[in-house]
Design a protein around this ligand. Structure first.
Ligand code: NAD
Ligand code: USQ
Length: 458
């Protein structure tokens, strides 16, 4: 069997059989590339980070987005992450041509804090190889940082996606509240990365549909119902439709607000198309695709910085630790199971927003108070569970109004799994298998919202 693969760089020349593959030089897309250095390893296209020559942006202005049901080229930014990896597999299984991009920043935060995913995870390259072995499907792979504009443009020109799914941000509220350095990093990483993506779309192919992950926490907890992104207001006898007001609770959540404003502006001035998914807290660890093989597992965080509430409660219950409810537990959050997340992403990709439309969905399936979440886990857990209330390290309202419109995804076809009827038993099984990997002290929250500087990584 020949070691040569489509697109491999051999003595300075790109090797080509003329057949074309996902992410290959002769992928059937608009525009031309005049320089390229890439290397295909089995099932994985690894990109050397060099900017390509300019492509005429305006040449593609008139082309339509791929209609629903048609195979699309989808670039998943943050494809090594908790949600990005299962989404890439789900889209690949659905028949789309997928490439992932990541700079491994998330793995770096773990090194910084001295923790690791509860479930061991393979390298991105190994995961892609395993997926190829099991399914014969290729997933392209680009390693680099979205805040590097040359790299971002290069990838968009090279892969020529119909859709960009953007997960690639620093996503932990506590991490963004450690100190000045972490807050500034979070906002630069998130806002600048998204700006580079927006400009790449506008210059290279304004027809690309941006599907961007936002957060329910961007709204905060207003004393009125939360609409789906937009609200009609009447003021002094005049009416307007405006972006729903935001009052988020961390510098991370604020970065999502800034992103949303930037994306809405880009839709308005350049006529690009975008879907902003204000997602609630995700729980769960397996999707049908990741469950096929341990080597396809996605990460599962338990620490007080990146571990999210329901996953932490499951892990705490298995370890025999009390479930740590912050404050009195009456604060309510929107939640969604990981299998619904990947379906929502598929629905958003396959039903693109119109050109110029900044479309917003509240991507959650139910609202529960933290106490209700703890009580549900306590009821379902095979172990005897206790619930403990900690002084809330965050500044957040308790006992507030919370009524959210989240019908958009259901109208597109989502059939939600609710916490009570979800098979969280599998989560207990997974947790038991890997419980020996927990560093218990990492579960205790040390980041205090009321102070400008806290310690992590002890
Ligand atoms: P994650 O940290 O596991 O994944 C994000 C990935 O993006 C990581 O692999 C990271 O290395 C990569 N990344 C970060 N900055 C990058 C950059 N500048 N260039 C290239 N890659 C970069 O996070 P996740 O839990 O999978 O969340 C994905 C997205 O969904 C985030 O935008 C998050 O805000 C949003 N979201 C997550 C949840 C949740 O509960 N996990 C809920 C709502 C919204
Ligand atoms: N909480 C506890 N105990 C814990 C952990 C959290 O009571 O052990 C409480 C928090 O005080 C908060 C709620 O649970 O009221 C949610 O906290 P979380 O850490 O699970 O989630 P959050 O910080 O809001 O962030 C997570 C993801 C983020 C995403 C967000 C969606 O990390 O990427 O944007 O969920 S949302 O909450 O809708 O904004």
């Amino acid at each position: 069997m020949s070691l040569l693969r489509e697109g491999m760089l051999v003595n300075g020349h790109v090797y080509s059989t003329g057949t074309g593959q996902v992410g290959s030089e002769n992928a059937p897309k608009k525009g031309t590339l005049t320089s390229r250095r890439s290397l295909v390893i089995t099932g994985c296209l690894a990109l050397v980070i060099t900017p390509c020559a300019m492509v005429d942006a305006r040449s593609s202005l008139a082309s339509p987005a791929a209609p629903a049901g048609v195979t699309m080229k989808i670039l998943v930014l943050g494809g090594d992450g908790y949600l990005g990896w299962p989404t890439a597999l789900h889209l690949s299984e659905a028949g789309h041509h997928v490439a992932v991009l990541d700079n491994f920043a998330r793995r770096g935060y773990d090194f910084e804090m001295g923790v690791d995913s509860l479930v061991p995870i393979e390298t991105l390259q190994a995961r892609i190889r395993v997926w190829h072995e099991l399914t014969g499907k290729e997933i392209g792979c680009y390693i680099g940082d979205l805040t590097d504009a040359d790299f971002t443009y290069h990838v968009v020109r090279d892969f020529r996606p119909d859709t960009i799914v953007h997960f690639a941000e620093q996503r932990a509220a506590p991490y963004s509240m450690v100190d000045r350095k972490h807050a500034v990093y979070t906002q630069i990483n998130n806002v600048m990365g998204t700006m580079n993506v927006l400009y790449a779309i506008a210059e290279i192919d304004p027809d690309i549909h941006l599907v961007k992950l936002g957060t329910m926490g961007a709204y905060g907890t207003p004393n009125i119902d939360i609409e789906e992104g937009w609200i009609e207001i009447e003021h002094k006898g005049r009416k307007d439709r405006v972006l729903y007001p935001k009052r988020p609770g961390s510098f991370y959540h604020l970065s999502k607000v800034h992103d949303s404003h930037n994306i809405e502006f880009a839709c308005r001035i350049w006529g690009i198309r975008a879907t902003d998914l204000n997602q609630g807290v995700v729980y769960g660890q397996q999707t049908p695709q990741t469950a096929r093989d341990d080597r396809l597992a996605t990460r599962y965080d338990y620490d007080a910085v990146f571990g999210t509430v329901l996953n932490r409660f499951v892990i705490q219950s298995v370890l025999g630790e009390p479930l740590m409810v912050y404050g009195n537990g009456s604060q309510v959050r929107g939640i969604i199971e990981i299998r619904d997340t990947v379906r929502c992403l598929q629905l958003a990709c396959e039903n693109p927003a119109d050109r110029g439309d900044f479309r917003v969905f509240n991507q959650m399936t139910q609202s529960l108070s933290i106490t209700q979440m703890a009580e549900t886990i306590a009821r379902v857990s095979p172990e005897k569970v206790t619930i403990e209330h900690l002084a809330n390290p965050r500044v957040e309202e308790e006992g507030h109004h919370y009524n959210v419109v989240h019908s958009g995804m259901v109208e597109l076809g989502l059939e939600p799994h609710l916490l009570s009827d979800t098979l969280i038993e599998s989560l207990f099984e997974i947790t038991k298998r890997f419980a020996h990997r927990v560093r218990r002290e990492a579960m205790i929250p040390t980041i205090d919202w009321r102070r400008a500087s806290s310690l992590i990584g002890l």
